[in-house]
Each structure stands twice: as C-alpha cells, then as structure tokens.
Design a protein around this ligand. Structure first.
Ligand code: BV8
Length: 253
C-alpha cells in the first residue's frame, strides 16, 4: 500500500469495526513529549554510555551510584514531560471502545508513566516504571521525592540500597503482565505496533501471537523496522500525528 491516506482510511475502518484492540507502544510514542528514544544517541553526561549496557543488573551491581543517577535523571525528566496527542488519542480510543462494550489494551515498553497520565486505564507496563523504586534485597517499595535525589544509590531508612522498578535486560518481565498481554493478544481484532523498533523481546513477539489468532496488524512509525514487511498496514508517520488522524477518520466511519 503506497498512499498513506489509503492506509489511514483502511486502518480507521478496521478500528471502527473492532471489538478488541491491543496497542504495543515503544519509546517513539514519547518522542513528541521530548523524551529521547532508547536508541537516540545519548547526550551530555551519558554520551559515552550505551543504554543497553546501563539497563542491566550487571551495570547496577558494578556501579549502583552511576546507574541510579541515570534512572533518577530520566525519572525527573519524565515527571515534568507532558503526554502528547498520541497518548491522549489512545486514551480516547480506550474510552470509545469501552463505551461500546469492547476492549482496548495498551502493552507499553515505556517506563515513563505517560499513558496513565494521559488517561489510559488498561495499561500493562511490561518493563516496569521509573516511579516504582524498591529495596534491592527486601523488595520493599518506597517513594522518591518529586525532585532529583541527592545521594546515589538512594537507600531505604534501613540503609538498604534501592533500585528502579524497571525490567533490565536479562531480567524476566512480570508474570502477570506477560500472561495478561498474551491473553489480550490472542483476542485482538486489531494489533497496533506504535513507536517501537521491534527489537526487544518478548514484547516484540506479542504481535505474532495476535496475527496467529487472526488479528489485523498495523505499524505506526516514521521509519521502517524489521516488523514492517510483516504487517497488514504500515503508516509511515509520527504517532502524535497519525493517531489523531485515525481517531477523526474513525469518528466519521
Ligand atoms: C527476558 C526498561 C528472559 C529499562 C527495557 C527472545 C526472547 C526473550 C528474550 C530475548 C530474546 N532475544 C533476546 C532476548 C534478550 C533481550 C532482548 O530482547 N534483547 C534485544 C536487544 C535483542 N530481552 C530481555 O532481556 C528481556 N528479558 O527476556 O528475560 C528471562 C526469563 C526468565 C528468567 C530470566 C530472564 C527484558 C527486556 C526489557 C529490557 N528493558 N526497558 C529502561 O527503560 O531503562 S527495554 C528498552 O527497549 C525500553 O523499554 C524500550 O522501550 C525498549 C524497546 O525499544 P523501543 O521502545 O522500540 O525504542 P527504540 O529507541 O528502540 O525505538 C524507537 C522507535 O520509535 C524507532 O523505531 C523510531 O523510528 C520510532 N519513533 C521515533 N519517533 C517517533 C517514532 N515512532 C512514532 N512516533 C514518533 N514520533
């Protein structure tokens, strides 16, 4: 399909008829909220670091102060970021689907909390959250202050070091999130893959589950990805632009 307008119209028709929709989102979803994507080149203090190396238990154990400083800077940056029209449109799509007795599930790889802040309710945070820190050994949850923390790594009152509540490379995703994501994917009429390079598993695999169960599959990304040849429709656009267009076409369908 060459003409972007055709792809948008076709996907809007699928969404208008769908009873069950799943949206897998990645870092590109938050790019228009000025949050760097995972594969954007890092800047400043972090220019010499590779996120994939920093986002590991090994990196944390080797230098807990460095890794928690990186996560705390991201936490503070995300706390002041605003959901963009892509986030607010997915929240509106969920409300519309629910009002019609359908279902709308977001599987997000993002740890920035923006889907919930935009009003989405049925959100599975597959890779955890920047805002859920816990004791390394006890797992005891603790809130961090709104602003930057001063001492790294942050510690519980007991003195136990804390870690961010994210899933690092080599760590298992939460079982309940995996099970719920699999369940939703097997029931999807339409599966949207939005703003992800489709490189990280098992998150990138849920679209296969949906396709095998008969779902229409759609990618929304300004660039091609390994997924592009395998979807039913590919919308080469930013999510903050494509999703509002889809919603307005759906409302006219
Ligand atoms: C696990 C949290 C097993 C931390 C992250 C097969 C099966 C299972 C595992 C593996 C497997 N093969 C390999 C693995 C290992 C590994 C993996 O997938 N490696 C990859 C690199 C090959 N997977 C794991 O380790 C997972 N764990 O499987 O454990 C296990 C089982 C039992 C017991 C023990 C272990 C854990 C993976 C989770 C890692 N944590 N995040 C943090 O954030 O710091 S992943 C990290 O990458 C982020 O969550 C990020 O979201 C995610 C994926 O990246 P994307 O979101 O796609 O972002 P990216 O920058 O790559 O791309 C952005 C895209 O947006 C681009 O395409 C761009 O074009 C587009 N874009 C830009 N602007 C816009 C836009 N799109 C739309 N609009 C725009 N405006």
């Amino acid at each position: 399909m060459s003409d972007p307008a055709d792809a948008l119209a076709q996907v809007a028709g699928w969404l208008a008829d769908a009873r069950s929709v799943v949206a897998l989102t990645g870092a590109g979803m938050s790019a228009e909220s000025q949050i760097p994507t995972f594969r954007d080149t890092m800047d400043g203090l972090w220019a010499s670091f590779d996120p994939q190396q920093l986002a590991t238990l090994e990196a944390f154990e080797a230098d807990p102060a460095l890794v928690t400083r990186w996560y705390d800077e991201r936490r503070v940056r995300c706390a002041v970021a605003e959901p963009n029209p892509g986030h607010t449109t997915l929240a509106a799509m969920e409300r519309t689907a629910t009002a019609r007795g359908g279902s709308f599930t977001i599987l997000t790889q993002n740890v920035d909390g923006l889907h919930r802040r935009a009003g989405s309710v049925n959100v599975l945070e597959l890779h955890g959250s920047l805002f859920a820190w816990r004791g390394v050994r006890s797992g005891e949850a603790a809130e961090l202050p709104d602003g930057p923390i001063e001492n790294f790594p942050p510690r519980l009152p007991s003195g136990e070091p804390m870690r961010p509540g994210v899933v690092w490379f080599g760590e298992a995703l939460p079982n309940d999130a995996i099970d719920a994501a699999f369940e939703a994917s097997t029931k999807a009429d339409v599966f949207l893959s939005i703003g992800t390079s489709s490189l990280v598993y098992p998150a990138a695999g849920f679209i296969d589950t949906a396709r095998d169960a008969g779902a229409k599959t759609v990618e929304i990304n300004p660039s091609e990805t390994p997924l592009t040849p395998h979807v039913d429709a590919s919308i080469r656009a930013k999510s903050g632009e494509a999703l509002p267009m889809l919603m307005s076409l759906m409302n006219r369908a």
